[in-house]
Design a protein around this ligand. Structure first.
Ligand code: PLP
Length: 344
C-alpha cells in the first residue's frame, strides 16, 4: 500500500516533516494562556537566544515564511525609489511573485550574474556604478543568498568582499538565509563571523527548511534599521497573534543547537549522495556540493524512471539538470536506495 509518509523525497527541504524537537516545543507551549502579538515569554526567550547565538545585541522578529521575511526586510531598508542588487537566480527575483517589489512599493531589483549562484562582485560593482544619478533607482541594498539557490556557500571572504563593496558604495547588505543553518554547518564557523562581524546588516534566518513548521526570523544587526518594523509586519499580515507558537518552534531549534545538528545532517546526507555518485562515475554532478543539495545531469529517461519508482525531485535548470535536496529527515538508507536506483 502506498503511504504518504513513504514517499521518497528529494524535491525540497520543505517537504520534510516537523523535526521532533520542534514538535515537542510546540506541545510544551500548548498549555494555558500566554500574552499575544510578541509579548509572550517564549518570544522574549527566542530573542535572547538569538542574541546568544549571534553574540551581539540585535533585534529579531518572527514571521511565517521566507518570502515575507525577505520582502518586508527589504521594504524596511528601501524607499520606493531605491534598488536592490541581487543574483539573477536569487529567490527574491525568481520565486517570490514580486513580493519585494510589491512591499517596497516601487523598488527595483538589479540583476547580476555569477557562477554557481554567487554574485559576481565585479559585475555588481559595475552595475552600481552604471546607475545614472537621479535618473535610475538609487542602489540601496545588495542581497546575497546563503547558502545559495544552487547549493553553494559563500566563504567568509566572499561575503566580506560584498560587504566591503556595500560600504564603498554606501549600500546595505541583506542576507537571504533560508538555508543559513546549512551554510554555518558547511563553513564550520560561528554565525557572527559571516554576518554582522563583517558587515551584514539584516539576516532572514530560515527555520522552516531546517525543521520547523512555519517560522522564520528577521534579524536586524543595527537596531536603528528595525524602527517601527512591528507595524510593517502587522500591516502585511505577518504579526502572529499567537506568537508563542512561532517562538516555540525556534526554541525547539535553538535549544541545544538542534538547528546546527539538523543542518549538519542534511549536508552530510547530500555529501554522502554526491560521494556515491562520484565513486560510480556514471552521473555528472554539475555544481559543487557544499550544503544540502546535489545538482545532477540526468537523461530524461532516467529521470522518468526514477520518478516512476516513487522518487520525488524536479528539474532545476533546463534542459537536463535536476536538484536532489536533502533535509534533516533524509536517512542514509534513503541515500543508499536512491543511488542504487540511479546507478542500476
Ligand atoms: C525557500 C526559500 C525562501 C523562502 O520561501 P518561502 O516559501 O516563502 O518560505 C527564501 N529564499 C530561498 C533561497 C529559499 O530557498
Amino acid at each position: 500500500m502506498h503511504r504518504r509518509d513513504q514517499r521518497h523525497e528529494f524535491a525540497s527541504d520543505n517537504t520534510a516533516a516537523i523535526c521532533p524537537e520542534v514538535l515537542a516545543a510546540l506541545e510544551e507551549a500548548n498549555h494555558g494562556a500566554a500574552d499575544s502579538y510578541g509579548d509572550d515569554e517564549r518570544t522574549g526567550h527566542v530573542r535572547e537566544l538569538v542574541r546568544d547565538v549571534f553574540e551581539t545585541d540585535c533585534d529579531a522578529y518572527l514571521v511565517f515564511n521566507g518570502t515575507a521575511a525577505n520582502a518586508l526586510a527589504l521594504a524596511q531598508l528601501c524607499q520606493p525609489f531605491h534598488s536592490v542588487v541581487c543574483h539573477n537566480h536569487a529567490h527574491i527575483q525568481t520565486d517570490e511573485c514580486g513580493a519585494p517589489e510589491f512591499f517596497t512599493r516601487g523598488s527595483k531589483l538589479l540583476l547580476v550574474r555569477g557562477a554557481a549562484g554567487k554574485i559576481d562582485i565585479h559585475e555588481a560593482d559595475a552595475m552600481i556604478a552604471r546607475q545614472p544619478e537621479v535618473h535610475a533607482h538609487k542602489p540601496r541594498v545588495i542581497s546575497v543568498t546563503q547558502a545559495t539557490e544552487f547549493g553553494t556557500v559563500y566563504t567568509h571572504d566572499e561575503i566580506k568582499a560584498i560587504t566591503e563593496l556595500g560600504r564603498k558604495r554606501e549600500i546595505l547588505v541583506h542576507m537571504d538565509g533560508a538555508r543559513f543553518a546549512n551554510a554555518v554547518a558547511a563553513l564550520g564557523c560561528s554565525p557572527k563571523e559571516i554576518t554582522w562581524q563583517i558587515g551584514v546588516d539584516v539576516l532572514c534566518f530560515g527555520g522552516t527548511k531546517n525543521g520547523a513548521a512555519a517560522a522564520e526570523l528577521v534579524i536586524f544587526f543595527k537596531k536603528e534599521l528595525s524602527f517601527e518594523f512591528n507595524y510593517r509586519l502587522k500591516q502585511a499580515g505577518q504579526l502572529a497573534s499567537k506568537t508563542r507558537f512561532l517562538a516555540a518552534q525556534w526554541l525547539g531549534l535553538l535549544t541545544k543547537d538542534v538547528w546546527l545538528r539538523n543542518a549538519r545532517h542534511a549536508n552530510a546526507t547530500a555529501s554522502r549522495l554526491a560521494d556515491r555518485l562520484r565513486a560510480a562515475g556514471k552521473i555528472d554532478i554539475v555544481l559543487p556540493v557544499e550544503a544540502n543539495a546535489v545538482f545532477v545531469r540526468l537523461s530524461e529517461q532516467l529521470a522518468l524512471d526514477l520518478q516512476s519508482r516513487g522518487w520525488h525531485f524536479y528539474k532545476f535548470i533546463e534542459p537536463d539538470v535536476y536538484r536532489l535536496m536533502c533535509s534533516w529527515a533524509t536517512t542514509d538508507a534513503e541515500i543508499d536506495r536512491l543511488t542504487a536506483d540511479m546507478l542500476r
